[in-house]
Design a binder for this molecule. Structure first.
Ligand SMILES: O=C(O)C1=C[C@@H](OP(=O)(O)O)[C@@H](O)[C@H](O)C1
Ligand SMILES: C=C(OP(=O)(O)O)C(=O)O
Length: 488
């Protein structure tokens, strides 16, 4: 079900292709980043499966988050926007038959494609699941297999192991005592494991989930799932690195405990909803931090958590590998992360190659932009499963680098960037984005240093950051044209 992705800026539609702003000098600023997509969509699922109301603060509004909300609403959850900007979620009736057949639109959201089918498996009925044309290329085989092991009939209406799917969910024996046993190969995406775990605690006997493949991709995201379950009072045990066990005993209770849970002052707790605060999206924060790195500038992100399960926790180490200096000023549980971009003796930006960076997962496109502007070589390894992301990101990054005049070596699960000492500086190009938000932000970062860069369909950034073009323009060149002065 494709939809119009065109980017709408304050005051109108953005041009397509979009002229990416070039930094007039050092980029200096502070950027408040919206809530994490991965945390928001997990919290939405967990709140939808909790019997009492939950209040979410800082939840992302974006295409992926809105698709998740719509899907959960279709399955019976209810949402109310509160006047203070928070979102109240009322859980869906687990186990009750759906009143009629329903359709779920996943868009291009991996979290919706891989999390929602397991939610659907908790209500007897017929559920049709589809998404954008690009979503039909993304792997779904492990979800299909897991659902069948749970007794759901799954019709694969297109290619095997791909969307669209129709699920026929049976009535479940609520007196089941043992855990459901599911064994899947999740090598193509950690989301298969997260999806099963996020709903598995509502199965009558809980769930034992086993990964049969070699390695778990994006392991941080599975750790995030386990952590959030724990915050909801659901214990996951891991007898070995490939197996997760969830019991159902904590099921169906409103949120009462957990590190992000707070009760309103004076509350006796009886009818009060649990409250969750969602961290900013650190993967998207990396795009803004990259602007400092690329221009020898200084960019801060407030509310940077001191401890997090987000893969964006790796930004300080990654940016330091490129020669940036990173400070984290801590106040309470959060703080401000500030990146100072590296400069040479004359004050000109000067990124060094980062060497080998393993398992950068969803950070890879942003890191790739840095690697194209760095002097020395950088290799991104262990990223084979990114071929199943919004697009085949290894092929897309190599193709777009070539458009900018840089030859990047594409291996089965790695990319090798030569560094500008070998390739020369990237030259202007009109970057294709393949409906992939991170390919758009990749090109925007290059545009900082490569005047004349254009980005096709920059509106695709609405997947996780609807106002990206306006935010980016404000950060890169905040001075109105008439008052412009060189910043260095
Ligand atoms: O569970 C999640 O929220 C995600 C898991 C990861 O997926 P993969 O394991 O497919 O990389 C990540 O890349 C994606 O952006 C979000
Ligand atoms: C891979 C990504 O998204 P999705 O949640 O759609 O898998 C991503 O955001 O980089």
């Amino acid at each position: 079900m494709p939809e119009n992705h065109s980017a709408v800026a304050v005051g109108g539609t953005l041009p397509d292709p979009w002229p990416a702003p070039t930094a007039p000098g050092r980029v200096v600023g502070s950027v408040r980043v919206p809530g994490s997509k991965s945390l928001t969509n997990r919290h939405l699922v967990l709140a939808a499966l909790t019997d009492g109301p939950t209040v979410l603060r800082g939840a992302l509004r974006s295409r992926d988050a809105d698709l998740m909300r719509a899907a959960l609403e279709t399955l019976g959850a209810r949402f109310a926007e509160l006047t203070d900007g928070a979102l109240r979620v009322h859980g869906l009736p687990v186990g009750a038959p759906l009143p009629h057949e329903v359709h779920i639109d996943c868009g291009l959201a991996g979290t919706v494609m891989r999390f929602v089918p397991f939610v659907a498996a908790l209500r007897p009925g017929v559920v049709h699941i589809d998404g954008d044309p690009e979503a039909r290329a993304r792997p779904m085989g492990a979800t299909v297999s897991a659902l069948r092991q749970l007794g759901v009939q799954v019709a694969e209406l297109g290619e095997p192991g791909r969307l669209p799917l129709t699920l026929v969910v049976p009535h479940r024996d609520a007196s089941a005592t043992g855990p459901a046993e599911v064994a899947i190969d999740a090598s193509a995406s950690s989301q298969f494991l997260s999806g099963a775990l996020l709903s598995g605690w509502r199965l009558p006997g809980g769930l034992t989930l086993r990964h049969t493949g070699a390695r778990v991709p994006s392991p941080e995201h599975v750790a995030m799932t386990v952590r959030l379950l724990a915050e909801h009072g659901i214990t996951t045990t891991q007898p070995d690195g490939q197996t997760w066990r969830l019991c159902c005993t904590a099921a169906a209770r409103p949120v009462e405990s957990g590190s992000t849970t707070a009760r309103p002052p004076g509350s006796d707790g009886a009818e009060q909803p649990g409250e969750r605060v969602i961290e900013p999206d650190l993967s998207n924060a990396g795009v803004f931090l990259a602007a400092a790195a690329v221009t020898g500038g200084r960019v801060s992100v407030p509310n940077w958590p001191s401890a997090t399960t987000q893969i964006g926790a790796r930004w300080p180490a990654i940016l330091e590998a490129f020669g940036a200096r990173v400070e984290h000023t801590v106040t309470d549980a959060t703080g401000v992360l500030t990146v100072h971009g590296p400069v040479d003796a004359a004050g000109r930006p000067r990124l060094r190659g980062a060497g080998e960076l393993a398992d950068t997962a969803e950070l890879a496109p942003t890191v790739a932009a840095l690697a194209l502007l760095a002097e020395g070589p950088t290799s991104l390894t262990g990223i084979g499963h990114l071929r199943g992301h919004e697009t085949d990101r290894l092929a897309a990054l190599a193709a777009e680098a070539a458009r900018f005049g840089v030859s990047v070596r594409e291996g089965a699960d790695r990319l090798d960037f030569p560094g500008t000492r070998v390739s020369g500086a990237p030259r202007p190009a009109t970057a294709q984005t393949y409906r992939d938000h991170r390919m758009a932000t990749f090109a925007a970062i290059l545009g900082l240093a490569v005047p004349g860069t254009h980005v096709v369909d920059v509106g695709t950034t609405a997947k996780t950051m609807p106002d990206f073009p306006a935010r980016w323009t404000r950060l890169v060149d905040p001075t109105p044209p008439t008052t412009k002065e060189p910043r260095r």
